[in-house]
Design a protein around this ligand. Structure first.
Ligand SMILES: Cc1ncc(COP(=O)(O)O)c(C=O)c1O
Length: 385
């Protein structure tokens, strides 16, 4: 490949030899090393038995969290692994007071629904959810979002990159306004981590949630929660467990003394197998590097946009490179059937209702694969080439 991304990297993802894999916004391709990670887990369990807890298992949520942190710009010890984003978000929200006047959760209707469901549940704990609407189903206007943030806002909870359209939200502007009125900012980086360079420390967000299943090629069961270290010291989650105790193996039943950093936001027994599977993908993404990954993503998504223009296909993703993440959503009618037909042709993409067919090239894809998928789409829709 001509993009400085070694062919050997591609060989680490076996599915690429059999399928045109353009769906990394949904489930990243499995690296060979993930199977090895799962075997390592099985070997450890089989040969070390209970001693495995003392030889790395117990610390794994933070050991793997540090590998995520190296990609998203978080300091060591500030990221902990969680089973999924819904729970990670719940743990963070459980550390905030919603009983008083400062009880607004400011979000947008372009957030991933799991977060919206969770926020709704928090209304019974006193939260008032303010959803800033999208105007075009692609973006949420920053001015509108900022205007919704006021002295009654407890937390602004938004997606960094919107899953429907791949629009990149202006997080820095949101942080500036939120912090000016003493509100916190929680971003969901599921659709940015691994495809859009991201530095949570520099952005100044108070917390971030995301997962390794998509662009980080780590498989399901590997979400994470970052909390800014100074905030972590102040916050007291209600949703806790023995992993968030300072001395869990004291089995103290009289006092709960909170651990520090990422540990403070953990709960119960961690999911070792999933984390062992995640290590390989995180290692590859880190080694390839976010700048190279982003440059390639922009080049390949631009190819898709150009073809859409030639075919006259409407697009539900930003044109501007500066605000476009890794996915292009093509707003064709019958998107579900188109997706099914492409999958029958071994071209893996997905679709979202009222959005369209989503195509997501990653660092391991080639230009030829993207063009082949577009040719197939044109043939299916009967468009003139
Ligand atoms: C932006 C975003 N947030 C969250 C999720 C999923 O959350 P959970 O880990 O709770 O399933 C997804 C997709 O699966 C997503 O795209």
């Amino acid at each position: 490949m001509t993009d400085g991304i070694d062919r050997a990297i591609r060989d680490q993802f076996p599915i690429l030899a059999k399928k045109n894999y353009l769906v990394s916004h949904s489930l990243g391709a499995m690296p060979v090393g993930a199977r090895e990670g799962l075997m390592q887990y099985a070997d450890e369990w089989e040969t070390k038995g209970v001693v495995a807890w003392e030889e790395g298992w117990w610390e794994l949520p933070v050991t793997i969290g540090d590998k995520v942190g190296a990609i998203i710009g978080a300091p060591r010890g500030s990221v902990g692994m969680q089973p999924n984003v819904s729970l990670a978000t719940g743990v963070f929200l459980s550390s905030l007071p919603f009983e008083g006047k400062r009880n607004k959760i400011v979000t947008t209707d372009m957030n991933f629904p799991t977060n919206l469901y969770l926020f709704e549940g928090w209304e019974s704990a006193g939260a008032r959810v303010v959803r800033v609407p999208t105007k075009d189903d692609v973006s949420v206007e920053t001015e509108r979002l900022i205007a919704a943030i006021d002295a009654e806002t407890q937390v602004v909870a938004i997606s960094h990159v919107l899953f429907r359209s791949s629009y990149i939200q202006d997080v820095a502007a949101v942080v500036a306004k939120a912090h000016a009125v003493d509100a916190l900012v929680l971003i969901d980086v599921y659709q940015s981590a691994g495809t859009v360079p991201l530095h949570v420390s520099d952005l100044g967000v108070d917390a971030a949630v995301g997962g390794c299943l998509k662009w980080l090629c780590g498989g399901p069961g590997n979400a994470f929660l970052y909390v800014r270290p100074d905030r972590a010291r102040e916050l007291k989650p209600r949703l806790t467990g023995w992993q968030s105790h300072e001395k869990p193996f004291a089995f103290d039943r009289d006092s709960f003394r909170r651990a520090e950093g990422a540990w403070r936001f953990l709960t119960g027994t961690p999911t070792i197998a999933t984390m062992r599977a995640a290590e390989a993908g995180l290692g590859i993404v880190h080694a390839v590097g976010m700048d190279k990954i982003r440059a390639k993503s922009l080049r390949l998504t631009r190819l898709i946009l150009d073809r859409c223009d030639r075919e006259g296909w409407p697009v539900n993703s930003p044109r501007d490179d500066a605000v476009r993440g890794g996915t292009v959503t093509i707003a064709l009618p019958d998107a579900e059937q188109l997706k099914d037909e492409l999958i029958r042709n071994d071209i893996l993409v997905d679709y979202r209702p009222s959005a369209g067919v989503r195509i997501a090239p990653h660092f391991y894809n080639t230009e030829e694969e993207v063009l082949a998928a577009l040719d197939a789409l044109a043939a299916i829709t009967g468009a003139k080439r």
